[in-house]
Ligand binder design. Structure first.
Ligand SMILES: Cc1cc2nc3c(=O)[nH]c(=O)nc-3n(C[C@H](O)[C@H](O)[C@H](O)COP(=O)(O)OP(=O)(O)OC[C@H]3O[C@@H](n4cnc5c(N)ncnc54)[C@H](O)[C@@H]3O)c2cc1C
Length: 456
C-alpha cells in the first residue's frame, strides 16, 4: 500500500516526466501525491486503444512482467490487476502454465508454485497503466511533445525548466521543480550533466548481441492443452537459438525467436518457421506450423546491456532524476527492465513521502534514490551477467568464478526439478521477489555441492 494513502505533504508546484513509457507513467503516479501538477511529456501520439506506437519499438516483442513488477504496479495502482484482467490479460499459474524446456529437462517439471502472473502485449500493459492515471486529475500527459533540453539554474545547481517542442512546432519552456528522465535513452540527462560541467557517469557494458524476431499468431483450436506458453532454452554455449511464446489478449500467441552473436530468425514467415524447426525441441514449430502467417514479423537488435553509474557521480543537479532504462538497459532476454523501472518509481514515492516534511525535500533526493535503486538493479544485473557469459562471444568483464557459478546453477536446477520448494525459491529469485542470497543458505549450498560431486 502506498505511504501517501496515509499522509501527503506537497513538495512543489510542477513535476515534469520525460517519456510516457512504463517508467515514466509509474513515476508520474509516484509524483502525483507530492506536486500540484505532474506533466508527462511524450513525443508520440498516445493511442486510445492498446496498440503499438513508434516511440517504443521494443513493445512489438514479447514482454513478460515479473511478479515483483506486478506487485509494484499493484501498490501504485490499486485497481491495476482487476483492470488488466478485464482488458484481456491471460492469467498464468507460475510454474505450471508455461512449459519450460531446458537442455536437461524437456520439459522442466510443471507444478503450481502458488501464485498467478499475467501475460499480455506490452501495448496492453502500457494502456492499462495509462488508464489508471486518468483517476489522477493533476497528471497531464502531453503528447506529440518532444523534450529538447533540461535547463538548470545559472549556477548549475538545480533544474528549473524543460524546453520542449509542441506538435505545432512551437518551442515552449515549462518550469519544473523536479524532472524525471524516463526517456529510455537518458540523453537529456547526459546533456545537462555536460552543460553544468559535471562528468559523464561511468558505464558497465555487456555486449550480448541479442536478436529478436516476433510473430503475433491466432491461437488455433488445435493448440496443445497441457501448456499455455512455452520457453525453449538453447543448448548453450553451442547454440544461441531460443524461443519464448506466450498467450496474450484476443486469443493470440506472441512468439519471439531469439538468437545471439549474429544468429537470428528471418523476418519472413517461411524462414521464421525454418528457424523454429531448428530449435532444440519441436514444440514451438509443431504449435505454429499450420497457423495463418502474420502480416509482418518485426525484428529488434539489442547489442549491449548498459548500466550508467549515476550513483558514482559527486552530485546531480537538484531535482534531476533519471529512471528506468535511462539508468540501466537490461538484456531483454530475462524480462527485467519494466519490473525494475516500476520498482524504482515505488522507491521515488517512498522517498518523497519520507522527505516531504524536510525544509527542502529535493536536496539529497538523488543520492537517497540511488542508494535504494542500486541494489534493485544489482540483483537482476548479476543474474543476467552470469547467464550471458555462458557464451564466449559475450563482451565485457566476466564475473569472478563464472564457471563455478554455472556449475552451481546447473546443479541447483537439477535439485529444483526434484524438489518443489527449491523450484519455488529459484523462481522467486528470478522474479526478483527474493534476493539471490536466498539461494546461498548453508543448507542449500551443501545440497548443491553434493549434487555437483554426485555428477562428477
Ligand atoms: C526487444 C526487447 C524486449 C524486452 N522484453 C522485456 C520483457 O519481457 N520484460 C521486461 O520487463 N522488459 C523488457 N524489455 C525492456 C523494457 O522494454 C524496458 O526496460 C522498459 O520499456 C523501460 O521503460 P522506460 O519507461 O524506462 O522506457 P521506455 O518504455 O522505452 O519509454 C521511453 C518513452 O520516452 C519517450 N521519449 C523518448 N525521448 C523523448 C523526448 N525527448 N521527449 C518526449 N518523450 C520522449 C519514448 O517515446 C517512450 O515513450 C525489453 C526490451 C527490448 C528491447
Amino acid at each position: 500500500m502506498l505511504e501517501a494513502l496515509a499522509v501527503s505533504i506537497p513538495i512543489g508546484k510542477q513535476a515534469i516526466v520525460i517519456g510516457a513509457g512504463i517508467g515514466g507513467l509509474s513515476a508520474a503516479r509516484a509524483l502525483a501525491d507530492y506536486f500540484e501538477q505532474v506533466m508527462v511529456l511524450e513525443r508520440d501520439t498516445m493511442p486510445v486503444a492498446p496498440i503499438h506506437r513508434v516511440g517504443t519499438p521494443q513493445a512489438q516483442h514479447v514482454h513478460g512482467l515479473l511478479a515483483s513488477g506486478l506487485n509494484a504496479l499493484r501498490a501504485l495502482f490499486p485497481n491495476f490487476e482487476q483492470d488488466l484482467v478485464q482488458a484481456g490479460a491471460v492469467p498464468l499459474r507460475a510454474g505450471l502454465d508455461v512449459r519450460v524446456e531446458r537442455p536437461e529437462f524437456n520439459p522442466f517439471p510443471q507444478r503450481d508454485l502458488g501464485w498467478i502472473g499475467y501475460s499480455m502485449s506490452r501495448p496492453l500493459l502500457e494502456h492499462t497503466v495509462r488508464q489508471q492515471l486518468k483517476g489522477h486529475r493533476n497528471i497531464i500527459v502531453r503528447q506529440q511533445c518532444r523534450a529538447e533540453n533540461v535547463l538548470a539554474t545559472s549556477d548549475g545547481g538545480r533544474v528549473r525548466a524543460v524546453q520542449c517542442e509542441n506538435r505545432d512546432g512551437t518551442s515552449e519552456l515549462l518550469t519544473a521543480d523536479i524532472v524525471i528522465d524516463a526517456s529510455g535513452r537518458g540523453n537529456l540527462t547526459l546533456a545537462l550533466l555536460k552543460s553544468t560541467n559535471r562528468p559523464r557517469p561511468e558505464e558497465t557494458v555487456i555486449g550480448v548481441d541479442c536478436h529478436y524476431t516476433t510473430a503475433l499468431i491466432a491461437i488455433p483450436p488445435t493448440a496443445p492443452t497441457d501448456w499455455k506458453g512455452v520457453f525453449t532454452f538453447p543448448e548453450a554455449p553451442a547454440s544461441t537459438c531460443g524461443a519464448l511464446m506466450l498467450p496474450i489478449e484476443n486469443n493470440r500467441w506472441i512468439a519471439t525467436l531469439g538468437g545471439r552473436h549474429g544468429v537470428s530468425a528471418s523476418g519472413e514467415w517461411e524462414g521464421f518457421l525454418r528457424y523454429a524447426k531448428q530449435l532444440r525441441t519441436s514444440t514451438v514449430y509443431d504449435a505454429i506450423k499450420h497457423c495463418t502467417p502474420p502480416e509482418r514479423l518485426p525484428q529488434f537488435g539489442f547489442p549491449e546491456s548498459v548500466w550508467r553509474h549515476f550513483e558514482r557521480l559527486p552530485d546531480l543537479p537538484i531535482g534531476l532524476l533519471p529512471l528506468g532504462d535511462a539508468i540501466c538497459r537490461f538484456n531483454p532476454v530475462y524480462g527485467q527492465g519494466m519490473s525494475v523501472a516500476v520498482q524504482e518509481a515505488s522507491v521515488l514515492h517512498r522517498l518523497l513521502n519520507a522527505r516531504s516534511a524536510l525544509g527542502d525535500p529535493l536536496v539529497g533526493l538523488s543520492a537517497a534514490f540511488f542508494q535504494e535503486a542500486v541494489p534493485l538493479i544489482e540483483a537482476p544485473w548479476a543474474i543476467a551477467a552470469s547467464l550471458d557469459f555462458i557464451y564466449p562471444q559475450t563482451r565485457g568483464e566476466r564475473p569472478a568464478n563464472i564457471e563455478g557459478a554455472h556449475k552451481f546453477g546447473r546443479a541447483l536446477n537439477r535439485i529444483a526439478a526434484r524438489d518443489p520448494a527449491v523450484h519455488k525459491l529459484t523462481i522467486e529469485v528470478q522474479h526478483l521477489l527474493k534476493p539471490r542470497g536466498a539461494l546461498l543458505t548453508p543448507e542449500l549450498v551443501d545440497r548443491v555441492q553434493a549434487e555437483i560431486a554426485a555428477v562428477c
